[in-house]
Design a protein around this ligand. Structure first.
Ligand code: ADP
Ligand code: MG
Length: 241
């Protein structure tokens, strides 16, 4: 479903941020990406929907070559949901309007259909009673669940998450991880940058460990946690576990 073929990216001339990355995420797989701050995790997943261009190599989502100049970026972004650390909801729109905006404007869905779908999604993330609320009246955890519902409203093939719980108060992390877990169980293909190693252990099919733009480890969670191959990974795990 997602494929990187020898991907390289530089910021400016000197900063080689992604170094010859090749990887595959199969349909329905959940892959957690971890690694030290600045190792290139955000850059890596942002290249998948062209939020960041690459210099060299190829990225595919299904049969769409993301990195081809012929690719329709808007169509691609409709198929690749993205959830950010800071929820990025539209503050002047209600919860319902946040979720229906793209389906109506990008997909040409009717308002009635988009709203019916939004209500189903809100039920899925446990927020049916908040459809008319505005983002500023929701907790961080609730806002992030709305952001997930908004991503799902485009019926994406893939969902990407960049540290979805790092901006949350500790007591709200669980509710967001639970929604992500349910999504994973429903068969969604997911790539998740996170330091929540409990989630990685419980939900991920594979863990990637990124260090200085290189995928150092690509392993089943059990293998990664009990028998990491590289000292950098061992050191990282000692620091966060
Ligand atoms: P991570 O998400 O693992 O913390 P990032 O992908 O955000 O890492 O960043 C990797 C490296 O690239 C860091 O050194 C960061 O400072 C640098 N970087 C990130 N975004 C940009 C940018 N837009 N321009 C220049 N350098 C950047
Ligand atoms: Mg990051």
């Amino acid at each position: 479903m997602i494929k990187f073929n020898h991907v390289n990216k530089w910021y400016g001339r000197d900063h080689h941020v992604l170094k010859n990355i090749s990887l595959e995420v199969k349909q329905g797989e959940v892959v957690v990406v971890c690694g030290p701050s600045g190792s290139g995790k955000s850059t890596l997943i942002r290249t998948i929907n062209q939020l960041e261009p690459i210099n060299d190599g190829e990225i595919w989502v299904g049969d769409v070559q993301v990195t081809s100049p012929k690719t329709d970026i808007n169509k691609l972004r409709a198929e690749v949901g993205f959830v950010f650390q800071h929820f990025n909801l539209y503050p002047h729109l209600s919860v319902l309007e946040n979720i229906t905006l793209a389906p109506i404007q990008v997909k040409g869905m009717s308002k009635a259909d988009a709203e019916a779908q939004a209500l189903t999604l809100l039920e899925r993330v446990g927020l049916s009673d908040k459809k008319d609320a505005y983002p500023s009246n929701l907790s961080g955890g609730q806002q992030q669940r709305v952001a997930i519902a908004r991503g799902l409203a485009m019926n994406p093939k893939v969902m990407l998450f960049d540290e979805p719980t790092s901006a949350l108060d500790p007591e709200m992390i669980g509710e967001v991880l639970q929604v992500m877990k349910t999504l994973a169980e429903s068969g969604m293909t997911m790539m998740v940058v996170t330091h929540e190693m409990g989630f990685a252990r419980e939900v991920a099919d594979r863990v990637l460990f990124l260090d200085q733009g290189v995928v150092l480890e690509d392993a089943h969670p059990e293998t990664f946690f009990t028998n990491p191959q590289h000292d950098r990974a061992k050191q990282f795990l000692r620091q966060i576990l």
